[in-house]
Design a protein around this ligand. Structure first.
Ligand code: ATP
Ligand code: FE2
Length: 325
């Protein structure tokens, strides 16, 4: 069985062809990036409209498949920016009508977790989902993927990218902060905001900007210290979620999980905890369509049927996870 998956929750329009064993035949994408300022939803949607047919074609060509070989179409139905989600949903619906094949809508956050499970062979992990817009600690419990902790304001990636922009590193800033942090020598104390099981970055961003403006600190030291601080915050909450749920596996997901220092710190924490840290390849950490196709297959095989209406605000724990019962 072959599924064509479409990802379009935000700046990335991705298309992938995956089979029911989890083999990924292609994983293509085209993403909007800006030199300055943020994304304007209507413009990102225009971008997706202008490239969607090309990305679909590329994904089929790379996979060496014809459109008629596809048995199922999956798309990211939630959560995300309405303008962007709609382009993916519309493309999926059009393909479904054309091919007379089923179309299934899936939740993007759960897709990060399921692609991690198949690609790393972790069985029942706690997911630390650290991306641009999302920062959540998620685990399976009582028939659902539940959120045990999350950011109270901005996502960690947007936080790091905002600081990077402020100090003139451009976008995306995550990888540049990582490079500078390698040269940092002195740890600078920064606000550490873990509130119960949640984290927050707003106050920390203000504090960092003030420290940068004061001219008293080296940029390399600020980058080093910010990584140590925010990754420790995320791992503290993840460790507590593991202890609470009685789980020994921590899976990383989201673009920020490409950061080698976060990966290293996750390994250290898990070893000390008596567990194990699992990290999929970068192409499955960042927003990608392979995870959408794979979750589409899992849900379809479990008998899930969905409409094609987008749900920008749907939460991870709104979904009944019947495929794991
Ligand atoms: P989502 O829609 O899932 O919230 P997103 O659309 O922001 O996520 P992702 O690709 O998951 O997209 O994550 C993007 C973030 O990952 C950015 O903040 C970027 O700086 C960061 N990032 C990407 N690659 C790296 C890297 N190699 N090292 C550190 N950070 C990285
Ligand atoms: Fe994502």
């Amino acid at each position: 069985m072959l599924c064509l998956g479409i990802e379009s929750t935000a700046h990335t329009f991705g298309v992938s062809v995956v089979d029911d064993k989890g083999n990924v035949y292609s994983n293509e994408k085209d993403a909007v990036s800006t030199e300055s300022g943020g994304m304007i939803p209507a413009q990102v949607a225009d971008h997706h409209v202008s490239i969607c047919d090309d990305v679909i074609k590329r994904a089929l060509d790379k996979a060496g498949k014809k459109i008629k070989d596809i048995d199922l179409i999956a798309f990211s139905q939630s959560p995300g920016i309405g303008h962007c989600l709609r382009i993916g949903a519309f493309s999926a619906r059009a393909l479904g009508l054309l091919l007379k094949k089923p179309v299934i809508g899936v939740n993007h956050c759960i897709a990060h977790l399921e692609i991690g499970r198949i690609k790393t062979k972790s069985k029942d992990p706690v997911l630390l989902y650290a991306s641009g817009a999302n920062t959540q600690v998620i685990a399976y419990d009582g028939g659902k993927y539940r959120i045990f902790g999350e950011t109270l304001d901005i996502g960690i990636g947007n936080f790091l990218d905002s600081f990077a922009r402020y100090i003139g590193l451009g976008f995306p800033g995550g990888p540049k902060i990582y490079e500078l942090a390698l040269k940092g020598k002195e740890f600078i104390e920064l606000p550490y905001s873990v509130k119960g099981m949640d984290v927050s970055f707003g106050g920390l961003l203000t504090n960092l900007k003030q420290k940068y403006d004061s001219g008293k600190y080296k940029v390399e030291d600020l980058c080093y210290s910010v990584q140590e601080t925010v990754f420790a915050m995320l791992l503290e909450v993840s460790e507590r979620a593991m202890a609470h749920c009685g789980k020994k596996e921590l899976l990383l997901g989201g673009g920020v999980a490409c950061n080698k220092r976060l990966q290293e710190m996750s390994d250290i924490m898990c070893k000390e905890f008596g567990g194990e840290s699992f990290i999929p390849e970068n192409q499955f950490l960042v927003d990608n369509a392979a995870m959408i196709a794979w979750l589409g297959i899992i849900e379809h095989n479990a008998g899930v049927k969905t409409d094609t209406i987008i749900k920008p605000y749907e939460r991870t724990d709104d979904i009944e996870v019947i495929w794991r019962h």
